[in-house]
Ligand binder design. Structure first.
Ligand code: HEC
Length: 191
């Protein structure tokens, strides 16, 4: 019976060409409707309508897990010299530190670290020592008597570490009109 239908010749003629009224094959029609149904379920799954928590929630749960794993690697206390050296060599952490610096430190040390109220952070002279551990300690504990805030109370430990890496990366950047060197020259070093 279906064959009869397949062979039904349509009445009209275009330039002498006639056509059969053939329906699409069943497998094609099923695939067509299946893709439409799939797309609807897929879209509903993004905010989590239907089964499961949804893609947005899954993404956020994964990010939260990754963040917790990173914080577990970075303890609240001062990291050991090797960990500090590793993060000072990590461009991603330096970039993170730059954001912290722009937000919290640029007001006193200038956006380029050239110094204003606070000393120049780009030269190799340091009042409180220029090793990574010393820079971190100055940032963390501050120098309250001289007007350098105690950042360990404001920033998270990983922000203190990142901004330490950034300050360390400023050495020798020679910004214009720097504040003259203060402290002892040549005290920078890696760990
Ligand atoms: C309110 C102004 C102010 C802000 C904001 C500030 N500092 Fe300071 N900073 C100072 C002053 C003043 C000193 C000098 C302390 C001294 O003379 O002992 C200093 C010193 C330092 C030193 C030691 C420099 C040396 O020669 O040993 C470092 C490192 C430093 N600051 C980093 C930072 C970082 C990083 C931030 C942001 C998280 C920051 N500072 C924000 C005022 C500031």
């Amino acid at each position: 019976m279906a064959d009869q239908d397949n062979d039904r010749l349509l009445d009209h003629t275009y330039d002498g060409i006639q056509e059969y009224d053939n329906p699409m094959p069943r497998w094609w029609v099923i695939t067509f409707w299946a893709t439409i149904i799939f797309s609807i379920l897929y879209v509903l799954d993004v905010p989590g309508i239907g089964i499961g928590p949804g893609r947005v929630a899954e993404y956020e749960a994964d990010m939260e897990k990754a963040r917790a794993a990173r914080l577990a690697l970075e303890p609240a206390g001062a990291p050991d010299p090797e960990a500090l050296a590793a993060l000072a060599a990590d461009p991603a952490r330096i970039a993170e530190g730059q954001q912290v610096f722009t937000m919290y430190c640029a007001a006193c040390h200038r956006a380029d670290g050239g110094g204003q109220i606070g000393p120049n952070l780009t030269d190799d002279s340091w009042i409180h020592g220029g090793t990574l551990a010393e820079i971190r300690a100055t940032i963390h504990d501050g120098v309250l008597a001289k007007g350098m805030p105690e950042w360990g109370k404001v920033l998270k430990p990983d922000q203190v570490n990142a901004v330490t890496a950034y300050v360390h990366s400023l050495l020798g950047t020679n910004p214009p009109n720097p504040k003259p060197p203060e402290g002892t020259k040549g005290t920078q070093g890696t760990p």
